[in-house]
Design a protein. Sequence first.
Length: 239
Amino acid sequence: MRKTFWLLAGLLIALSSWEAAAQQNVLLNFRTGTTSTAQVSSANPLPVTGTITSSGTVSGTGTAGTAATGVLTVQGIASMTPVQVSQATASNLNATIIGAGAAGTANAGVVTVQGIAAMTPVLTTLSGTNNIATVTTLTGITNTVVTQELGASFTNITTNTDTNIKGSAGTLVGFSVNTVGTTSTVKLYNDADGTCSTGLIGTFTTTAQTYVQIPAAATTGICAQTAGAAAADITVYFR
């Protein structure tokens, strides 16, 4: 009986010792460098180095922007094909574009270009063939447009004489030299009596075939005085 008791007691003590040993914590240290050691913890994990044997090899952690021999290449569905990247949308770019637009036609999606303040002109620098010569002052510019109407009346002159073209107010359109003269001229006057003595509009040579446009308002009338060694054949146009 006594032997059985001591046998049971020894067995209980052995089981207690084994259970206590199974629940013991293990502290793991690793060496960094040649002499110093560090204890493994969540803040100080155990480093693992070596080569992963698979389809790729990774060595070290690498550095952003610097090539590393262990960095794996990224390819598309076939060897060395580009990787598909989704293009950014207009909303991601914080821009709104509506339609393709057309040259010379306003479009709701076109962004306006303005100067330093709202609706001020944009400064443009001209250079090369678009350069403008230096301009000091521009004054007295008006929006006058000279028009030439069709269907003017005309008078043909073939001799050296004073010719009453129009005996009342009208418009001198111009004249043509049909046959040249010798040292010949024509003087046009704002004059209605046919004497060609007052209101000189201008003196013109008639020694070359030409047409001269003279959009002059004749407030009194129109008179033509031809002269020269040999008379020219001219036609005066008026309204």
